[in-house]
Design a protein around this ligand. Sequence first.
Ligand code: ATP
Length: 321
Amino acid sequence: MSTSAGAGARTVRVKAPGKINVSFRAGPLREDGYHSVASLYLAVSLYEEVAATSKPGTPSTDITVSIGSSSVPGLAAGVPLDERNLVVKAARLLAEVSEDACGVHLEITKRVPVAGGMGGGSADAAAALLACDALWRSGLSREELSHLAAELGADVPFGLLGGAAIGLGVGDELTPALAPTPLHWVLVQSPLGLSTPLVFGELDRLRALDGGEPATPRAVDAAVLSALRASDAEALAAVLVNDLQPASISLVPQLAEVLADGTRFGALAGVVSGSGPTVALLAADEDHALVLAERLADAGHNALPVHGPVHGAKIVSDLHH
Ligand code: ATP
């Protein structure tokens, strides 16, 4: 590892999307403590941004992080600003395989709810990987970056890829899915966060009470894939599913009311995203999503219209100072 990346500082800014899970199936608890899943990820138009600024002449162990002033106010309250932050872990990992790595400052603009089931931290990690890859000219292929991403977390490879994709394994074995026309959604965000391990633990507890062993999911339901391929919101509404939903509702009972309000105000269907507590409500089209969001906001919900699929992590600017 050298300690220089050229004379002047340079800032590479990358944006990466949050995700919802249109379909999420979880198998039984494995011996390694994980669950096998079959997930249909959809990247939506709510973006994180990471600006990576080189610190020429400093060692690549000099990695600092801050929260940008354009972040949604209050959102980043629980986000660690040290080596526990996923962007720091991402930069560390990439520095190990980059000959020209130098120190870097990473500024995160947070818009995706923290611990919201939308993979916000994973989007940050994907953005940091792409930004540092450009900064340090590591010359890694997309595939190599994706392997590093999987070491950081199950949802990080999808943050890089974006679009719509099937995720198998723990969610990191991705196959792109066809979804030619974006669908319109309303996200209902909760002020509470839900820890993913806590929700999986609750799923295991509820399943033990129920008796019976769930099957290991091997594929996403064909009906989900064909509804997406046809951009058919009505057909997709009939097959939205999340095995984690009962566990999320058990931990945050108000989520049942959010889902009920969603359908009462006209959503085609609703589903908890990932481990929650964000709820994704499906609308028929853009106008419908706007009306639905307004009705939900009038009823006191934090509702945001979005569309998806959208692109994965991409560079939006590259400035030499
Ligand atoms: P997923 O759906 O991938 O499980 P999530 O959207 O529920 O994730 P995140 O917002 O990604 O949850 O983060 C969960 C936890 O990770 C946070 O509570 C925080 O302590 C930690 N964390 C580390 N780095 C970050 C980051 N850059 N942004 C947000 N949280 C981070």
